[in-house]
Write a protein that binds this ligand. Structure first.
Ligand code: ZN
Length: 153
């Protein structure tokens, strides 16, 4: 999914689950902040590798065990992986979700499209419309909340 949608979903989840918002958003940002530069600079061949592998679960668990902010960072990281796998499956490329097991398993035909070009590939895909729905629901909910808050004053 698009980076901004990861951050939005993390903020919403943090509010709903009463977790520290900044920590959940940070955790949700980490996979792309780690992997995009690595792939763009040619260190790795795919955009879903080190930060996106579910094999980091023991590390995430160790972070979660440090306390409330650790839990929030781990939750954000896991949310990011879930959302990326979901969008890939929705867009009809389920084998690409094997990135979750990198480097043990590598997707047979990964897209390997740089972030800028990816946006144009992604535009009008089924997952793109899911993201539009997410932003619409959050926008309408926020507008209703703000309207109710202002009406009270
Ligand atoms: Zn990602």
């Amino acid at each position: 999914m698009l980076f901004a949608t990861h951050l939005l979903a993390a903020a919403v989840l943090a509010r709903v689950r009463r977790l520290p918002v900044f920590a959940v958003v940070l955790g949700a940002a980490l996979p792309d902040l780690i992997d995009k530069p690595l792939a763009t600079s040619g260190v790795v061949e795919m955009f879903h590798t080190v930060g996106h592998t579910a094999l980091l679960f023991p590390l995430a668990l160790a972070v979660a065990l440090t306390g409330r902010h650790g839990v929030a960072i781990a939750v954000g990281w896991a949310l990011h992986l879930f959302m990326d796998a979901l969008h890939i499956v929705i867009n009809g490329r389920p084998t690409d979700a094997l990135f979750l097991f990198w480097p043990l398993v590598v997707p047979p035909t990964p897209l390997a499209i740089p972030p800028g070009e990816f946006f144009w590939y992604y535009l009008w895909s089924p997952s793109f419309f899911l993201e539009v729905a997410i932003w619409t629901v959050v926008g309408v909910t926020t507008a209703k909340h703000l309207h109710a808050t202002w009406a009270d004053h």
